[in-house]
Design a protein around this ligand. Structure first.
Ligand code: 3AM
Length: 189
């Protein structure tokens, strides 16, 4: 079985920009679990544990949708959180740029997966790059630091989303490891 999701990966330039940001944030707020920059991605669909046949179906969905979409431009936006203001669960960096393209790509992925029998995600798609996961309540100092960094302008980073990746997730300690199994270029000119 393969714990699987479909995602957009990042070019090294953007990954390195975020690596520096995460290093700074780690010094400011050490008590949360910052992600390994190597694994940064925009999740399009989380599929869970798949057998080989289902993994093949998910791969076909990625290939089919990628074949009828064009590359588009994205850039980093500000920081945000999931969860309540007092008990955030996830710290993320938002996305700007040709976001309508991203939303339509994700909707097409969701529709294609549903047509292949995958259950639909109930929660609305909220495009983001997860920077940290928070397991315990934050101290007041950490909450204050987080409120400060939320208002900082995002680092300047623009890139072209040009492929859907079929990703494997391994839940290792101390952090999950994500590996691309295949890439499907967005093929329309
Ligand atoms: O890193 P992000 O936030 O894009 O949170 C998990 C991660 O998303 C999410 O799938 C991505 C790769 O692991 N994920 C994990 N379990 C999930 C679940 N049961 C899930 N998303 C929805 N339902």
């Amino acid at each position: 079985m393969t714990r699987t999701f479909l995602a957009l990966e990042l070019p090294d330039t953007v990954r390195n920009t975020l690596r520096r940001r995460i290093e700074r944030l780690t010094r400011m707020i050490p008590e949360v679990r910052w992600v390994d920059p190597e694994g940064l991605h925009v999740t399009l669909a989380f599929l869970g544990e798949l057998d080989d046949e289902k993994l093949d179906a998910a791969t076909q969905a990625a290939a089919t949708v990628a074949g009828v979409h064009a590359p588009f431009s994205l850039r980093l936006a500000g920081l945000g959180t999931f969860g309540s203001a007092h008990a955030p669960r996830v710290i993320w960096v938002g996305l700007a740029g040709e976001k309508a393209h991203l939303l339509s790509l994700q909707a097409a992925v969701a529709d294609d997966l549903a047509a292949r029998g995958f259950p639909r995600e109930e929660r609305p798609f909220s495009p983001h790059l997860t920077l940290a996961r928070i397991k315990r309540p934050l101290t007041d100092d950490a909450l204050a630091a987080l409120a400060r960094v939320r208002h900082e302008p995002p680092p300047d980073a623009t890139w072209r989303a040009d492929a859907i990746a079929v990703m494997k997730s391994e839940l290792l300690r101390p952090a999950a490891r994500y590996t691309a199994l295949s890439h499907w270029p967005l093929a329309l000119p």
